[in-house]
Write a protein that binds this ligand. Structure first.
Ligand code: GDD
Length: 342
């Protein structure tokens, strides 16, 4: 029986990855900063809470001794480092916390591996935000990198430290550069789930109008469940490396909103421009989307699209779910939740 350690297990990816590893027969240790974490509901939704092979540990990735004690206690074969301050918008307001958790945190874990057991495999959750403002796209493992916010800058440091530990200390340390990946387990602070939750509420007559920021940024949105399978494959490769996981299809926030509304039979007409633009329900004429400048960011990664060719060639990994399917499955899950609330 292999042992895996997932830091940040109560996030979207942690919950799906725990399910996947338990199904593969792993013993899983999962960490979160609090003993009663907000994201516990995700472990209920994936059906892993209460599993005999799953253990929880309270852990702070920024505390080096906490990392040492954790690794001593769990003796993991594989570590998946998913713990992060994962909100790009918040990173502008909390740049130092973001740097400590997303930049130095992974190095604390790598140092602990180096000291205690260099045979431990390490996966670092890197991100498309490391490409940021870089214009050559689609982006692959080689860059160019030009992070455009404190979140991406901290993640880029951790990315190169992961590569450095593999090269300098022969540790099996790999990095997955994941483009946006979504699911019904997403927090509503991210734009996709904010949209699908609002679509469900508007459909059920519990809400009138959704407020969004920049509608015209491009993102490369895939289905998170498929992406955690990619993380596992990255650690099963014969040698450590960096892999981009993405769909390769650039779509705008406006596209995501259109497809989500359309999945419940609401077609949109866009009227006006700039901050005064609104989307109306074609059938009723009611305004269902308007712009709120509060949701704009000081700087924006305008166009994110990835090239996952290396992952296909070397790992046999490919994103399968279409954006239409993703929007539908997220809206359906939110409709079920809203109906239960009632
Ligand atoms: N959150 C949010 N809320 N974003 C909005 C809104 C809104 O009301 N309106 C427009 N947007 C735009 C943002 O400006 C951004 O360009 C885009 O929607 C996506 O924002 P998020 O869903 O917050 O995600 P993100 O792209 O910033 O970051 C996510 O993906 C990264 C890449 O995988 C996070 O999960 C990061 O942790 C992750 O690294």
């Amino acid at each position: 029986m292999k042992t895996a350690l997932i830091t940040g297990i109560t996030g979207q990816d942690g919950a799906y990855l725990a399910r996947l590893l338990l199904d593969k027969g792993y013993r899983v240790y999962g960490t979160s900063r609090k003993s009663e974490p907000e994201g516990r509901w995700r472990l209920v939704e994936t059906g892993v809470l209460g599993n005999d092979s799953l253990r929880f540990c309270e852990h702070d990735i920024t505390d080096f001794s906490s990392n040492l004690r954790l690794l001593e206690a769990c003796e993991p074969d594989e570590i998946y480092n998913l713990a992060a301050q994962s909100y790009v918008g918040l990173s502008f307001k909390q740049p130092l916390v973001t740097g400590a958790v997303n930049g130095l945190g992974p190095v604390c874990l790598l140092e602990a591996i180096r000291i205690l057991n260099p045979q431990t495999k390490f996966y670092q959750a890197s991100t498309s935000e490391m490409f940021g403002k870089a214009e050559d796209s689609p982006h692959n493992e080689l860059g160019p990198f030009f992070p455009h916010n404190p979140y991406g800058a901290a993640k880029l440091y951790a990315h190169f430290m992961t590569i450095n530990y593999a090269n300098a200390h022969s540790i099996f340390a790999s990095s997955g550069i994941l483009f946006n990946h979504e699911s019904p387990l997403r927090s509503k602070s991210f734009v996709t789930r904010k949209i699908t939750d609002s679509v469900a509420r508007i459909r059920l007559g519990k809400m009138d109008c959704l407020e969004l920021g920049n509608l015209d940024v491009y993102r490369d949105w895939g289905y998170a469940k498929e992406y955690v399978a990619g993380m596992w494959k990255i650690l099963q490769a014969p040698t450590p490396g960096t892999y981009v996981l993405s769909t390769g299809r650039p779509k705008t926030v406006r596209d995501f909103a259109r497809l989500s509304f359309s999945s419940v039979g609401i077609e949109l007409d866009w009227v006006g421009d700039g901050l005064n633009e609104v989307a109306k329900d074609r059938h009723t004429g009611k305004t269902v989307i308007r712009i709120n400048p509060q949701f704009f960011r000081p700087t924006e990664s305008e166009r994110q699209v990835g090239d996952a060719d290396k992952a296909l060639r070397e790992l046999g990994w490919k994103a399968e779910t279409t954006l239409e399917q993703l929007c539908s499955l997220m809206v359906e899950a939110d409709i079920r939740r809203c109906e239960k609330e009632a």
